[in-house]
Write a protein of this length. Structure first.
Lengths: 532, 309
């Protein structure tokens, strides 16, 4: 690791620019967070974090999922108060949380979720609640449209002010939100993952908008997973990791490797690499060819041998989850084929994939994995109800026997098979989902973000289950961007913006994998380096 | 909307000559005045993104309370015999209270608008039966009879009043900031709140306003019919939604115009009139209304291209 020209602050402190003495008279920073700490229950979401955004600069905020970015943003936008520390705007203490108007005049945030009124026109959205000077005067729609047109032209943006907001493209809608914030008086805008939902041409348009804003002197806090954009657009970057402030530096003084190193840091106890148990001679258990869906992923092809564990990795917009959903049958792909055990399966039907011998753990167990009011036994056997009795009848005894076996095999902590699954802890609930997936003894097991919201011990035990299943001949596909999940894989397919861009064998270094996911080409090593 | 109305007028003219006379058309309009007011109230509530099913009970309950507090016990009153001039104000106040109570449960306690107002519908009808002992009230204070029967410039007062209220509603929702706020709240409540619109307060006011309009509709209906029927308003809510949906008010909120709703009301009245002239048995009317609602929903889905909740 090269020596980093940056002040590393494992304990916190203000992120001063490297190597510069503080000027005698400084313009107060647009926003300054000092020693901010926020806890949820026992876990710290932010621990003694600081950030300083200078006027007129574009400041990047980066960090892996769970590093604390969203929490910090919610504190800087006045949605929550920090447990410790304080926030200053232009040197003055931040307004109280109930003074929404005060916050609105200081900062605006453009989120990934649209914050426009889809049924109203662009013009009305731009001037929402400010269509007219006083509430008792009638609105002049002609004036409003003209004002909207002038505003959009001044930023050189080609949007029809009379169009309804639900017809806008994603980057147009983002710009409308930015413009609305600016006309309301805010000179400081936070952009939360603005390119997550954008394709390349739209990203280029967004760049133009942002450069225009920079020319107008707007201060921007830019949050993104795409490190390329940090180097393209931003002046300064602050890195958070595991709820702490790692460092702040001018972008020009860092290389991509430096940035990735700061983001990953030293990880805790690592799982040893597994011994491969794949049967290279056998026919593929899962074969995916030419899978494509407009705007989401394209030309995805790969094979899984029996006994192999393959990872499918990538950041949020990479398309990995969409591909997984097409493979398991929750969604339909536009093109391409999926073959399970040699049989071609129509995408879009979970019943078909289950019949063909696939089991899966969905991305969100609350949304798709469990029925919270039903018992552990019922949830665990939901995929094998046809094997619990004849002619549609469900034998309670057979069900409970199967459930008891699953509870023992996966070490599920529960009062018994009849406990409602909604009252189990995250880790144990996820084990129930896993047992549901394994109930039919599938030849292919797909797991989508399998350890999300699961405690450390349960994480390891879930991954052990996958390891054992593979050792017995099941082919497993782990779809995740969590490094611990991916450590159990024999090889990893990395996706970027809808395509598989790299294949990395076991024995990878953290920086290499994170860099590949974030879209930065670090030195590739496909040879196995067994790190212990 | 307008083309369909013109079409109906043409069809009616063919069905029977008596249809296309000002006398008949005014009669149709008069019969729709109370429905029109409830549709106005319901449309406001729908636009802001909520539901109010209780209005069909308010139309009977509110005037009933106003009257029983004023008329002598022999005529069905409670025996309090307050001054006759208070009847209408009490009636409107009851409507406002019902609306405020709906708002309390829905906005403060965050209960489902559908279930809350459904419960209120049943409860108010029950209260009305209790207060009137299940009997119709025939002795009305003067104010009621006046509004129900008088004519201004040759046209019934009720028609004028409903027309004025619709006009006020249209002006408020089109040209005034607080009226536009209804669309914002119904379209995306979070975005509206983020823009500084006081969503809870405005929605509460809409519920109260709807209650008052419902009560006022009760005054007009009572005056026109000459009594408060024990089952006044019963079953009306279906027609209200039919008219609103036909008129283009979206059940998801944030979309639709009051003018459209008014056309929907008028359309239902014309259809009933034409069917009556055409000799269709009154017993089939409900089936036809139901079919119209379904057709209107399908058409709305096709034209808007979005799934409805």
């Amino acid at each position: 690791m090269t020596a980093l020209p940056v002040t590393l602050n494992p304990g916190g402190g203000t992120g001063a620019m490297a190597g510069e003495a503080s000027p005698a008279i400084a313009t107060p920073a647009v926003v300054e967070a000092v020693a901010v700490t926020k806890r949820y229950g026992g876990t710290a979401a932010l621990d003694d974090v600081a950030i300083t955004v200078a006027a007129g600069e574009t400041h990047a905020l980066v960090g892996r999922n769970g590093a604390g970015k969203s929490t910090l943003v919610s504190i800087i936008t006045g949605l929550q108060a920090p447990d410790e520390g304080r926030v200053l705007f232009h040197g003055e203490p931040a307004p109280s949380l109930s003074d929404r108007g005060g916050w609105r005049s200081l900062v605006a945030c453009v989120y990934q979720k649209p914050n426009v009124i889809p049924t109203l026109s662009v013009a009305e959205n731009l001037f929402l609640n400010r269509q007219v000077a006083s509430a008792t005067r009638p609105i002049s729609w002609k004036r409003l449209r003209a004002d909207a047109r002038d505003l959009l032209e001044s930023y050189g943006v080609d949007i029809d002010p009379s169009a309804t907001a639900d017809m806008l493209t994603v980057e147009q809608r983002q710009f409308v939100e930015i413009a609305r914030a600016l006309t309301a008086g805010a000179r400081f805008v936070i952009l939360d993952e603005p390119t997550a939902a954008l394709e390349r041409p739209a990203i280029a348009k967004l760049y133009t908008h942002l450069r225009r804003l920079q020319e107008h002197g707007v201060t921007i806090l830019y949050i993104s997973h795409h490190l390329r954009e940090v180097f393209d657009l931003c002046d300064t970057v602050t890195v958070l990791r595991d709820a702490r402030h790692i460092g702040t530096a001018p972008v020009a003084s860092l290389t991509e490797d430096d940035l990735v190193s700061m983001m990953t840091g030293d990880t805790v106890s690592r799982r040893p690499w597994r011994t491969p148990t794949s049967d290279t001679a056998a026919a593929p258990a899962l074969a995916v060819r030419g899978l494509a869906k407009a705007g989401r992923y394209d030309d995805v092809s790969f094979e899984l041998r029996p006994g192999e564990i393959v990872g499918l990795a990538g950041v949020g917009s990479s398309g990995k989850v969409e591909v997984a959903r097409a493979i398991v049958g929750t969604d339909r792909a536009d093109q391409g084929t999926v073959e399970i055990g040699g049989t071609a399966v129509r995408t879009g039907s979970v019943a078909a994939t289950l019949r063909a011998g696939l089991g899966f753990v969905p991305e969100d167990r609350h949304a798709e994995g469990l029925v919270p009011l039903l018992s552990v036994a019922e949830n665990a056997t939901l995929t094998v109800t046809d094997r619990l009795g004849r002619a549609g009848f469900i034998s309670g005894g057979a069900r409970d026997r199967l459930a008891a076996k699953a509870i023992a095999d996966l070490d599920i902590r529960t009062d018994g098979p009849s406990q409602p699954v909604g009252s189990l802890s995250g880790g144990n609930a996820q084990k129930v989902v896993m047992s549901r997936a394994l109930a039919r003894q599938p030849r292919v097991l797909v797991l989508i973000t399998p350890t999300a919201g699961v405690d450390v011990q349960s994480k390891e035990s879930l991954l052990d289950v996958v390891d054992d299943a593979a050792a017995q001949g099941t082919a497993a596909l782990i779809v995740s961007d969590e490094l611990p999940d991916l450590r159990v894989c024999d090889r990893i397919l990395v996706m970027n913006e809808g395509r598989i861009t790299r294949e990395i064998s076991a024995g990878w270094g953290d920086d290499e994998l994170v860099g590949a996911m974030e879209g930065i080409g670090t030195a590739t090593t496909d040879t196995k380096e067994l790190n212990q | 909307m307008i083309p369909v109305l013109i079409l109906l007028l043409i069809v009616g003219r063919f069905v029977d000559d008596a249809f296309f006379t000002s006398k008949n058309l005014l009669n149709v309009t008069l019969a729709q005045t109370e429905l029109g007011l409830i549709v106005l109230a319901e449309s406001l509530v729908l636009i802001v993104g909520k539901f109010d099913l209780s209005l069909e009970s308010t139309i009977g309950f509110a005037p009933a309370v106003g009257i029983v507090l004023v008329v002598p016990e022999a005529a069905g009153g409670l025996g309090t015999e307050w001054p006759g001039a208070l009847a209408i104000p009490i009636c409107l106040a009851v409507g406002a209270l019902v609306g405020a109570f709906n708002g309390l449960l829905i906005l403060r306690f965050k209960l489902s608008a559908f279930i809350v107002t459904l419960g209120m519908l049943i409860m108010l009808r029950g209260l009305m039966t209790g207060v009137t002992e299940g009997k119709s009230l025939f002795e009305l204070p003067d104010g009621f009879s006046y509004l129900g029967n008088t004519k201004w410039f040759g046209v019934r007062a009720a028609i004028w009043l409903v027309g004025i209220l619709y006009a006020l509603g249209i002006v408020l929702l089109t040209w005034f900031r607080h009226g536009r706020a209804l669309y914002a709240i119904g379209g995306n409540e979070d975005a509206a709140r983020a823009a500084g619109i006081r969503t809870t307060r405005i929605t509460w006011i809409v519920f109260i306003l709807a209650g008052v309009l419902g009560a006022f509709a009760g005054v007009l209906m009572t005056g026109r019919l000459g009594s408060v029927g024990a089952a006044q308003g019963d079953g009306m809510i279906f027609l209200v939604f039919a008219a609103a949906v036909i008129g283009g008010i979206s059940l998801d909120g944030g979309k639709g115009t009051l003018f459209g709703a008014l056309c929907g009301v008028w359309m239902l009245g014309l259809i009933t009139n034409i069917l009556t002239f055409g000799g269709v048995d009154a017993r089939w009317l409900k089936a036809i209304y139901g079919a119209i609602i379904l057709v209107a929903l399908v058409i709305t889905r096709i034209t808007s291209g979005k799934a409805q909740d």
